[in-house]
Design a protein around this ligand. Structure first.
Ligand SMILES: *Cc1c(COP(=O)(O)O)cnc(C)c1O
Length: 384
């Protein structure tokens, strides 16, 4: 990797990860096996005492399985913030339901529950909040909203491992299900992968069945059960959403370092907040009291008085060797969602306005101190 260009994101892969994957490859078990089961057990323990974790090959798959297991289908509406990745809405379509997009809070860019309340109808079945950038959505406010309207909550926690709201780890709260992502750029990675976490054993059982073709037992159990190994029964038309053992080996090694990596991101975010305090930037809020922020992203916003606009800012930083990104282009700005549901900017005033000025700066635990300094100096150069 050239030291003259800092990528926007890089995974943090150490010798422990390399060794773990190598021994998984040597074990001869390349699909879902003992390491997936161990990864599920240890991930569940990380989240809380009585949760079940179901490993999948992406968060998208996990969200799909959660909605399917909850029986959300044709005729149902699901509230989704427009400020998210398209996966959050596409899974609603995949179960035959309708995503209803909701505007976001100006400070946190997470779902605006007042706007969500205005969009509740007698068909609304669920709400799918996103812990944007790794900063937890207020669990009490969310649970209160869901209770008031009789809605099921499925949390998109793709950015939020490890994080906690009011001392409770994300995944261990009151929601029906919580789904984490282990995509290459997320806070821990298995290359591609995800985890569905739930307190509901019936939901977990259904997700396990549908995760692997609707089999009545998974591939690994077939070799451990007293029934003959060749025997299985297909009880539904399922999906192919299982995680592999080499990926789980990587996940286990990352899990061991998750809190260390989170602290490094928090430290970098602290350096940025200090260094940028007097620049024409609105900086991301730290965690609320009693919360823990996963610091997946550092999303700053250019003030109207800044010497450059957002697009120019990103272009200048790239020119000076620092890659940035934008999270997110709101869903209502994408052709498919805009035209399918006749959406306009006026329906989402906060997201439409904030989108024009957001920029995500590099924030990952593999960054060296010199690279953090490079980002700081470069941002200062462009904005002073
Ligand atoms: C990355 C992401 C997803 C999808 O995660 P995959 O593991 O890639 O399926 C879903 N929601 C949000 C908010 C994300 O950022």
């Amino acid at each position: 990797m050239s030291d003259r260009f800092l990528p926007f994101a890089l995974p943090d892969i150490g010798p422990g990860e390399i060794d773990a994957v190598t021994s998984a490859l040597r074990s001869g078990w390349l699909s879902s096996g003992p390491l997936v089961q161990e990864f599920e057990r240890r991930f569940a323990r990380h989240c809380g005492a009585d949760v079940t974790a179901v490993a999948v090959n992406s968060a998208t798959a996990g969200l799909h399985l959660a909605l399917e297991a909850l029986g959300i289908g044709p005729g149902a509406e699901v509230l989704v913030p427009t400020w998210t990745f398209t996966a959050t809405a596409e899974v609603v379509v995949h179960v035959g339901a309708t995503p209803v997009l909701v505007d976001v809070e100006p400070e946190t860019l997470t779902i605006d529950l007042a706007d969500a309340a205005r969009k509740v109808t007698d068909r609304t079945a669920a709400v799918l909040p996103v812990h944007f950038a790794g900063r937890p959505v207020d669990a009490a406010a969310l649970a209160g909203f869901a209770h008031a309207h009789g809605l099921v909550v499925v949390e998109d926690a793709a950015h939020a491992f490890p994080a906690a709201s009011a001392g409770v780890p994300i995944g261990a709260g009151a929601s029906a299900a919580t789904v984490f992502s282990f995509y290459a750029t997320k806070t821990i990675t298995t290359g591609d992968g995800g985890m569905l976490v739930t307190r509901n054993p019936e939901l977990a059982r259904r997700a396990r069945v549908m995760r692997l073709h609707g089999f009545d037992r998974d591939g690994f159990d077939r070799y451990r059960s007293p029934r003959p190994a060749w025997h299985y029964d297909v009880v539904d038309a399922g999906y192919k959403y299982n995680l592999t053992d080499p990926a789980a080996a990587l996940g286990l090694a990352q899990l061991d370092r998750a809190e260390t990596m989170r602290r490094r991101r928090e430290e970098i975010a602290g350096h940025y907040r200090e260094a940028f305090a007097s620049l024409p930037l609105d900086l991301p809020l730290p965690a609320a009291d009693g919360d823990q922020h996963a610091w997946h992203l550092f999303v700053a916003r250019l003030r109207p008085g800044a010497p450059v606009g957002r697009d120019e800012f990103i272009a200048e930083l790239a020119h000076l060797g620092v890659a940035c990104s934008v999270h997110f282009i709101p869903l209502h700005r994408h052709t498919h969602w805009r035209t399918r549901y006749w959406l306009t900017d006026e329906m989402f005033p906060v997201a439409s306005r904030e989108f024009e000025r957001v920029v995500s700066l590099p924030l990952y635990s593999a960054m060296t101190d010199e690279q953090v300094t490079l980002v700081i100096r470069t941002v200062q150069k462009v904005l002073q």
